[in-house]
Ligand binder design. Sequence first.
Ligand code: NOJ
Ligand code: CA
Length: 691
Amino acid sequence: MRIFKISIVVISTILFSCSKETKIETKIISPNSAIEVIFNLTKDGQPNYTISYKKGEVIKTSTLGFDLREAASLKDNFKIINVISSSFNETWKMPWGEQLEVVNNYNELKIELQETSELKRKLNITFRVYDDGLGFRYEFPEQKNLSEVFITEENTEFKLTADHKVWWIPGDWDIYEHLYNTTQFSEIDAIEKAAHVNLAQTSIPENAVNTPVTMKTKSGLHLSFHEASLIDYSGMTLQVDTLNFVMKSNLVGSDNLDYKVKRTVPFHTPWRTIQIAEKASDLIESNLIVNLNEPSKLDDISWFKPTKYTGIWWEMHLGKSSWDLASGKHGATTENAKAFIDFSAKNNIGAVLVEGWNTGWEHWIGFEDREGVFDFVTPYSDYDLKEVVRYGKEKGVEIIMHHETSAATETYEKQQDTAYALMQSLGIHSVKTGYVGKILPKGEYHHGQYMVNQYNNAVIKAAKYQVAINAHEPIKATGLRRTYPNTISREGLRGQEFNAWAQDGGNPPEHLSIVAFTRMLAGPIDFTPGIFDIKFDKYKTANQVNTTIAQQLALYVVIYSPVQMAADLIENYEGNPALQFIRDVGVDWQQTKVLNGEIGDFVTIARQERNSNNWFVGGITDENSRTLVIDFSFLEKGVTYEATIYEDGKDAHWDKNPTSLTIRTIEISNTSKEIVKLAEGGGFAISLLKK
Ligand code: NOJ
Ligand code: CA
């Protein structure tokens, strides 16, 4: 993470003093000159911006501002008092990630505004323009007439140029676990389309979408809207005006408050971001979101190591066992945990997650009064935590802690210090947290300011005890993993679990070929791939995974996460030759290359493992079969790799024959090309091990 090259150039500082009638235009371009942003004030002194890409308009003139509770809106009557332009270029290192080195190169334009009206309030707007997109944020500088703000709404507009094709989920204040919709912008209907079953809770007050929301224009340009560095602020949904093709920020609120965000001045908002790419695959290679976050605040994170893991988890979702003890089929027993440790140790898997180990599960789903129920230090009587940890150490396998908070935030906050201290004393370095159900205190939502602070504070506190967090039912990822690398992964999408029990048939075959270009742009995903018993008829006849087994393998490469689960039951792995891929595949990458992809159709990603320098390739398709030619020219010249290709069998099909798999081993070099055939709902995985 050492920054080894930084250059900052302040280009100009211009002082303007102008009457409110003067039209000031201020421009900034990306380092490669393709993206241009023009900042402007209207005749009434209202701030606005326009974006173009290679001279073609991408965002039409869109206005900026705020509604406040006590005071007049921060909206117009502004004059520019100062403009500062600068350039920045650094290369920083990810402690673990999709690549080792990240280039962070942008041009910045900071516009300092002041009202000409009585209050003379000040507001700055900063734009950072990169080759792969841009971010802008509002800054409230220290000033006389504004010391505390109660924001009732942020009014950031994104005026689109036409009726683009959009991949979206509803702007739900409480959950991201919706299926993606593919519609024209004019057809977005978040309220109707969100009537899904199996959501733990949902709240969609407006026709709005959540971010990242990704679009494709008629001319083939790809745009994705999101936010970066979400700290002490509410999550942003984007309200849609389907007639005029306009999106406007709609912050997540609280039923208990008459404002959405409360902050003391000075402060700044998160970055509002737009990724711009000609090829869909470039969206995945973009580092805009992490680059817009502050460098790491943690001095030493050597205590966390990326790892594959197994766990006492899928069996609960299948109904083979349960989280609670009272049911009589408790999953988290000492014996079961040891079996997972043995299996992991044998198969090059570094960790085991144990859910349902602690008291409280008898009073979980369906209970209103969940405060004071879960105990994060007391194991059930049939689970010897210390012995399991000891046994794991003996076998070289770490235990992953589990804290299901049941969204009872006060109980969790109170116990965090003791719970994380217990982990530290046992040498446990990561915890999967969960926030299932409606937030307590009542009236708060998962994505509002209150919860944003809960999630961030947990990460900051956990770091003090050398604990990393993988949050489920989280706030969206906004690149904070750069600042707090112990934010290792999160859910925040319809994960594998839905395939076990959703009444709508689970995730359709196209799901992950949309996720790769939407949710995954935000950051690492704990999707929990690797289900081999695709139909699991022994447990459920009405549910199944809607992919082939080859696609399950491909997900270890397609989806990025520094913790990657081999989610299936031990008995479904034992003796299956496909397990070799899970044994071999890396979790921490030197570099990533997106070889091809179209949103909602298919994607192929190649990643080079750190240290070993071996490569792994994963490709997935939607419900359509397709043939892809993989060009291996990305490999190092002159090196021969032993490539094992795991591909859909000739008769494979996600529903009719999902476990049909062919495995072949050949030699591959950087002049090789291979034809792979992906079945309906299928995929392929390749390990390229240096000879
Ligand atoms: C929801 C999580 O997404 C899931 O993985 C976990 O098993 C349950 N909560 C229980 O905490
Ligand atoms: Ca979940």
